[in-house]
Each structure stands twice: as C-alpha cells, then as structure tokens.
Design a binder for this molecule. Structure first.
Ligand SMILES: [Zn+2]
Length: 300
C-alpha cells in the first residue's frame, strides 16, 4: 500500500520484532500492543488520505460493469474503503436504476448526518438539514472487528443479511475471506446457510488463487457442486449475461434452456457502455426478453 507507512512499521518492528505479514496483520498486531496510540492514529489518517485520493481511470472498469450490469433488485457489498463504486455510480447514472451499494467496513467517500440519519457523499452538506456531515467510520483490519456498535455499519451488515437470506446468485469477487475477518466469514456462511433457495442458488468466485485453496475457503458457503471458480471478472455471470445474470441462470438451470450470452466485452468507453445498457433497461420496463423466440438448443 503506497501510504508511506513502511518507515513507521520498520521503526516499530525494530523494537518489537515482526508484527506479521502484510498490512492487515501488522496493523492488527500494532493495535493489540496498545502502546502506540499516536502511530495508530497516524496510520488511520494516512490510510484515509490515500484512499480518498484514488480515482478510477477514464475507461470502463469492472466497477462500471457491475453498476450497469446489475439491476435495482441486486446489491453490491464491498469490504473496500475506496471511492471506486461511488465514482462508477456517478458516471454511469441516468441510464437505469442502479443496484444498491453497501460498505461493510465503511468508505472514505461516504459522510453522515447523525441527526437526520442520512448518508451522502463526503465533502457535501447534509441534503436534509444543510449542516456539515461527519466522515463515516472506517473499520480497520483488526482481528476482532465490531460490526454492531456503529449504527451505519450495522445497517450495512443487516442489508447483507437480508440479501443473502434470499439470494439466488452470489458472486464473490476479489475477496479471500482472510483470517482477520473471522466474524465476517461467519456471518456470510450462517446467513446463506439459512437461505431457503440455497440448494437452487449458484455461487461464483472470481479469484486468482489455486482452485483447491479457494474450494477450502468457501466449501462451507455454497451448496454441493453449485459453484464456479473463475480467474477474471470477464468470466462472471454479470459480464456474460449483462443485466440478466439471474434470468439467464434460471433459464439454464430451471428451464433447461441456456440462452445466448450478451456481454459488453470490448467496450472501453463509458458512453458506449451506457448505450449498451439502455435497451436492456427498456426491455426490463416492457417485461420482455431479447431471447423470447430463441430456439432451445436442447429442443425443449
Ligand atoms: Zn442533517
């Protein structure tokens, strides 16, 4: 992470010995030592500043493809603090009703008005009372994260519970369920296990690690063989069946009628991606499908 904190960690490790491998482990250990409150504060400020400055490149990214490739009924949950999803939401707006977006560890681009219970973009006044808003809490990578004490974070986790409780298609993208996320892992597995449709639902994992490692990480989450593992977002159901991920999966698995893929592969301009999504949104409004009349390759 380019936050210029290497030196700080070197200095403390010279005194304390290794704090662990990687930022999360080091940070967690440093907080646990309880002797370095100033250094912890310095890290928190540097991390916030670093993430707040990040900006999406001008071309189409998986963030844009998720925002336009999913629908109002869908939800995106992220553990990341960066502002990428909100930037994608802004530049892809005006085409279709977007999926809801939730930040399970907080986000540097979100601010809150405690009085009005409103959340909005950081740097803007409260849209209801006009007063300055507080930056949202960020949950730092300590092993023992508390998901319940901050009402905003709790609300995001409750939204995840609601979504997983009747989810039909779950895509896990770039989340390795690290050991520092014991509580998160448990909530994901427990909630999805009680989903009535889990035996029909599909889980898709986009991860570049060894297949055996991924299976070991997630085998408690998915049902039987109802999962797929891919090494890039281009292979995801969201990308191959743009705005039709669940519909296409239902056609293939319940109707035994796989429908043609419809993917924005090769589109690099935001405006072109918007044009690609627009007729699909119109189709949704009209309650028709471009594959109506498609001949079932299995003759059904
Ligand atoms: Zn307010």
């Amino acid at each position: 992470m380019a936050t210029g904190l290497d030196e700080l960690f070197y200095r403390i490790e010279a005194l304390e010995g290794s704090l662990g491998d990687g930022f999360e482990a080091k940070y967690s250990r440093l907080v646990g030592l309880e002797r370095y409150p100033d250094e912890v504060e310095q890290i928190n400020t540097a991390v916030r500043g670093y993430f707040a400055r990040l900006e999406l490149p001008d071309h189409v990214t998986p963030y844009d493809q998720m925002i336009l490739g999913l629908r109002e009924k869908d939800a995106i949950f992220t553990f990341n603090w960066d502002p990428f999803l909100l930037q994608a939401l802004r530049r892809c707006s005006g085409v279709a009703k977007p999926p809801s977006v939730h930040f399970l560890h907080g986000c540097v681009a979100v601010a809150l008005c405690g009085e009005c219970k409103v959340r909005s973009n950081a740097g803007l006044p409260c849209p209801r009372c006009g007063k300055a808003m507080e930056p949202s809490q960020l949950l730092f990578p300590v092993t023992d994260k508390d998901y319940d004490s901050d009402p905003v974070i709790l609300g995001e986790w409750n939204a995840l519970r609601n979504a997983l409780d009747d989810a039909y298609f779950v895509t896990i993208f770039g989340y390795s369920a690290p050991v520092t996320d014991v509580a998160a892992r448990k909530i994901l597995i427990d909630t999805f296990s009680s989903n009535k449709f889990r035996e029909m639902a599909e889980v898709e994992i986009i991860d570049i690690r060894e297949r055996a490692v991924i299976e070991e990480t997630w085998s408690d989450f998915y049902f039987s063989h109802h999962y797929g593992i891919f090494d890039s977002f281009e292979h995801s159901q969201i990308h191959r069946h743009f705005r039709r991920s669940c519909d296409a999966f239902a056609m293939a698995s319940l109707q035994c009628h796989p429908v043609p893929e419809n993917t924005p592969a090769g589109i690099t301009e935001i405006g072109k991606l918007q044009e690609y999504a627009r007729p699909l949104f119109r189709e949704e409004q009209a309650d028709v499908k471009f594959w109506d009349g498609h001949v079932n390759p299995f003759g059904g």
